[in-house]
Write a protein that binds this ligand. Structure first.
Ligand SMILES: [Zn+2]
Length: 281
């Protein structure tokens, strides 16, 4: 799944690789997929895009949006985007194929589920898309400590740290992937209730969130995900399925994996103790 660091990496790579290229051919929905979602009729996409020149690509939370004249192409967080140079062997199965006049191509596949949308600028009312556009991105300076602390105002005290960070589109693009290392770096157990987090804990969580996401982005995404060229990211995840068998890098305790709120959480029981109540205040 693309989250904030990976969508930014892929948008940057698209800008260096395909920006300014003219689209010669588009095929959408070629290989049947039960969980591929298209806005409108994918059969119309070729007419909407062919002959257009690609403009800027931008990351919107975990999504990537590319300008193509007055059209926009939006790839959801479950879409794999790959670039192929002219003459490369292309994959036979795909959900979205876009070729350029120089023979190069961007080919997209969907693993679990994912959305691909082509629409005229301003004509996409999808609530996830609109929220991702409106909300402050954690990689920007506008996402500062006071903004982060204000996010706690509208959350039930019984919410867990995981639910606070990764549900209800509070911070779009922050999902169950990047969440693990943010909480590890903050020393906060994923199940700790918001009511048990002191002001100090919240500020530490803010610092960990900013620092972790920046590091992941600077290194081209996490090593559990792939970029536009099919390479895994340079950020070594501390807590993920890749490191489950490794001891905690700080204290050497075995990492614990538990199913919690639709997905696994990973944590070190020593470095991330489960606080039952707020002790610092
Ligand atoms: Zn530890």
């Amino acid at each position: 799944m693309l989250e904030i660091p990976e969508s930014r990496t892929i948008a940057d790579q698209l800008n260096k690789t395909v920006k300014g290229k003219k689209i010669s051919r588009v095929i959408a929905g070629f290989s049947p997929h039960g969980f591929a979602f298209f806005l409108g009729n994918p059969g119309d996409y070729s007419e909407m895009l062919e002959g257009k020149t690609l403009g800027n690509a931008a990351a919107l939370s975990g999504m990537v949006e590319i300008e193509a004249g007055k059209m926009r192409i939006l790839f959801g967080d479950g879409v794999n985007l790959r670039y192929y140079e002219s003459g490369s062997k292309l994959p036979e199965k795909h959900q979205f194929f876009m070729e350029f006049f120089d023979g190069s191509a961007v080919v997209c596949t969907i693993q679990m589920y994912g959305g691909i949308s082509v629409f005229q600028e301003g004509k996409n009312e999808n609530p996830y898309y609109l929220t991702a556009r409106e909300k402050t991105n954690p990689l920007t300076d506008a996402f500062d400590e006071s903004y982060f602390l204000s996010l706690f105002d509208d959350v039930k005290p019984s919410f867990s740290a995981k639910a606070f960070l990764a549900t209800e589109q509070r911070i779009p693009g922050l999902g169950n992937g990047v969440l693990q290392d943010i909480l590890f770096n903050a020393g906060i157990h994923p199940k700790t209730k918001i009511s048990a987090l002191s002001e100090k804990d919240r500020k530490r969580l803010f610092k960990a969130l900013k620092k972790t996401l920046k590091s992941m982005t600077d290194k081209g995404g996490r090593n559990t995900e792939r970029d536009l060229f099919g390479k895994t990211g340079g950020y070594k995840t501390i807590l993920s399925s890749k490191t489950l068998k490794d001891p905690c890098p700080v204290c050497g305790t075995m990492i614990v994996r538990q199913a919690f709120l639709g997905g696994n959480v990973y944590f070190c029981p020593i470095c991330q103790p489960l606080k039952q109540r707020c002790l610092d205040e």
